[in-house]
Design a protein around this ligand. Structure first.
Ligand code: G3P
Length: 480
């Protein structure tokens, strides 16, 4: 047995054990052993966390922005100091390679610093009354952004630190307080990130970490009257349920995806293959922005399949502790789901170009050719290393299949004809389109948007600050 520590939850600047005395075991997806336990807290403990946040937020919103900035810079510094310790936890908890886990921590420190800089240069505006017919010169509107209050931040397992801070940092710099509910598998990584936050010396109650069973506190958190905004990243089914439960408060939801790579006949196939293999198989494809299907022109499909096979078979497979790209999936049920999509495709006539090999929750990178629209993998999100190839006869067919998806996160187009690229991009129903590049969220100051089943609202540093604030208008009526 690994040294399995019991971690506390964090309320009002203090680490606490739940009154229930109950904990949730966190099992490593590749060590297959318990690496720690987190508290299963009660609704009453949630109430206390939210009350602490509400109290702390009032003072926090009043202190000068530069002073708020100094705390966040210190947090970034503490994260860098703890990067190896946190990276090791991320690796053990969610099975991410140590290299990728360490990069995630550094990316998070960069994210926090950039968020501060962005906020320091976001200013309001003023308007004069007389620019409207009959309006008076003596009326001046002053428009500024104010915090929403208490933000509920719910990140996913696959970026337990970066996608958490991507919600926490914009919330804090804008003058909000936060209830941070980490994904259970990822909670220890989130708690370690908050240890760095605690070391930065923030006022008490600004971030409160609540861990527990979704069945006990999940809906309770979302429906709680003390929550003024929710930022969620995770599966589409969970996001849809959350949206139905939340009250009249602003929501930002970043959900699932089925990002297509459209490969035109004139594409630079070498570049396309490099980008697609990286985009589809990094961290075993456990990314919402992963490339999850290829729509390739039938005239170049055979050549592309050959190049893809060679590139995929170079991917390293095994333990994240040896910096492999293909690592065990987050749990057995996820691996079962991916395997079911592969099996369904084969039963319906798909060809296995490479892969379709499984060892417990490790699935070897799998490329399926001759995939047709009656196969589940053409439409469902594997969140694993299984990539279907659908052969198309025209751009129009590719656009049709791309837009027929319930998802609308990103898409890639590979072509040498930039006019065609923009013409196709303009027709795609997605948040973003990558031309001659893989689908991905970064760099983190770019807007990051999902539509349809891929979410609502926008992230990306500037957009996240906007989504966690609202405009307030003060009208000055000058007297002569
Ligand atoms: O899966 C979450 C999504 O944010 C992925 O981010 O940076 O791997 O494209 P990234």
């Amino acid at each position: 047995m690994l040294n399995s520590t019991t971690y506390k939850f964090y309320v009002n600047g203090e680490w606490k054990e739940s009154q229930t005395g109950q904990t949730i075991e966190i099992k490593s997806p590749y060590l297959h052993e318990t690496i720690g336990k987190v508290q299963a807290i009660t609704k009453e403990e949630v109430d206390n966390a939210i009350s602490s946040a509400q109290e702390a937020q009032k003072q926090w919103a009043d202190i000068p922005l530069q002073q708020r900035a100094s705390y966040l810079y210190k947090w970034a510094e503490e994260l860098v100091n703890m990067q190896y310790e946190i990276a090791e936890i991320i690796m053990k908890e969610v099975g991410k390679s140590f290299k990728d886990a360490k990069n995630e921590v550094i990316r998070t420190a960069d994210f926090i610093r950039y968020t501060v800089e962005e906020a320091l240069h976001m200013h309001g505006q003023s308007m004069k009354g007389d620019s409207f017919p009959g309006g008076s010169k003596s009326k001046i509107a002053i428009i500024e952004r104010v915090p929403l209050g208490v933000v509920l931040a719910i990140p996913p397992f696959n970026y337990p630190v970066n996608l958490a801070a991507a919600k926490l940092a914009p919330a804090l710099i804008s003058g909000n307080a936060v209830i941070f509910k980490p994904a259970t598998q990822g909670a220890i990584s989130g708690i370690k990130m908050i240890e760095a936050f605690h070391k930065a010396g923030f006022p008490k109650g600004l971030i409160n970490v609540v861990t527990g069973r979704g069945s006990v506190i999940g809906d309770y958190l979302v429906e709680h009257k003390g929550i003024d905004m929710i930022s969620f990243t995770g599966g589409t089914n969970t996001g849809t349920h959350l949206a139905k439960k939340a009250g009249m408060i602003p929501l930002v939801l970043e959900l699932g995806g089925k990002d297509p790579a459209i490969v035109r006949e004139d594409a630079d196939l070498e570049n396309a293959v490099q980008q697609i293999v990286s985009g589809a198989f990094s961290y075993s494809g456990q990314r919402c922005t992963a490339i999850k299907r290829i729509l390739v022109n039938e005239n170049v499909a055979d050549e592309m399949i050959g190049l893809l096979k060679a590139e995929i078979e170079k991917l390293t497979v095994g333990s994240p502790a040896e910096d492999n790209t293909i690592v065990p999936l987050i749990d057995d049920s996820s691996a079962d789901f991916v395997q079911s999509l592969i099996d369904d495709a084969i039963e319906k006539g798909a060809t296995v170009v490479t892969g379709n090999k499984r060892e417990q929750n490790l699935i070897y990178p799998t490329l399926l050719d001759q995939v047709t629209e009656d196969m589940r993998i053409a439409w469902e999100e594997p969140f694993g290393p299984a990539l279907p190839v659908i052969r198309v006869s025209s751009d129009e067919e590719a656009i049709h299949i791309a837009n027929a998806s319930e998802f609308g996160l990103q898409a890639s187009i590979f072509t040498k004809d930039i006019n065609k690229a923009f013409s196709i991009a303009n027709k795609l129903e997605t948040g973003s389109v990558q031309i001659n590049g893989k689908t991905e969220r970064g760099p983190d100051h770019f807007p990051f948007i999902g539509i349809k089943g891929s979410g609502m609202g926008a992230q990306g540093i500037h957009k996240s600050i906007e989504s966690m604030t609202r405009e307030k208008v003060t009208v000055l009526n000058l007297t002569d």
